[in-house]
Design a binder for this molecule. Sequence first.
Ligand code: C2E
Ligand code: CA
Ligand code: CA
Ligand code: CA
Length: 279
Amino acid sequence: AKEMGRNNYKIYNSTMDEEIRKKIKIEGEIRKALKDREFFLHYQPKVNVRTGKITGLEALVRWNHPKLGLIYPNYFIPIAEETGLIKEIDEHVLELACLQIRKWIDMDLEPISIAVNISAESFNESKFMDKLEFILMNTAIDPSFINIEITETAAMENIEYAHNIMEELKKKKISLSMDDFGKGYSSLSYLKIFPIDVLKIDKLFVDGIGVDKRDESLIKAVVTMAKELGIKIVSEGVETVEQLEFLNKIGCHEYQGYLFSKPVTIEEIEHMMCESGDF
Ligand code: C2E
Ligand code: CA
Ligand code: CA
Ligand code: CA
């Protein structure tokens, strides 16, 4: 600390080194975690705004770290994206989701559709469709139980390429969600360019309900336009009854959020489904 003033450069450098060392360490740990199957899924229900019924699930990856315990994606997804390991994580998550659907079919239960997050890097990888087809073939599930959530970044990297992949997904009856809508440079015109089935309004806007009239107007405008285009609207991060009532009033179709449930284990989901008589 004594040297701070006169040796700023060195200090900056050594924290950089530390950052890099930490990243390399996590990268190695992610590789090992993939090999040792330490990743697993939590699921968050998507709920019909009017009926309160569960309409689908979103798979959210978790890491059961041998020393640190349960780790959330914010800790490792950014590093996985930087290192390219995200492609393997996303593939693994896709497989886990399809295996879950297979399990329900084998148990004679009507499967619930599962949405899987696919990072830009995974989506734009040339092997993406092959990997997906391989998983679908091995699990022998109806692809219409799978929904793919991508962000606008994934779609905008190469518009024509993204468009082709989306059309291929459509052919397979896999539905598509545009995630985190409104967070980046989203433009409503994307909805015209791409064959999107679902638009997920980012929590940032939902947080503004009852607080900021501009957020409310924006959500209203998006809902109105999406309806014209036949796109379903899902609002993320709904935490209060007030938010839910607003969304109901303006005609938003579905929501996710702590108000209904946090992401939970599959056992808890199955319990909820049984209780509500949906299983
Ligand atoms: P996301 O796709 O936008 O997922 C929503 C995040 O918001 C989840 O965080 C969820 O737990 C959280 N959330 C849901 N409802 C509420 C609420 O009412 N209040 C608050 N405060 N938060 C809520 P989580 O599970 O930590 O995931 C964070 C992000 O990590 C996800 O954001 C997604 O971008 C990424 N992610 C998660 N799983 C995967 C995956 O398998 N592959 C890829 N590529 N990314 C993933
Ligand atoms: Ca998502
Ligand atoms: Ca989201
Ligand atoms: Ca989000």
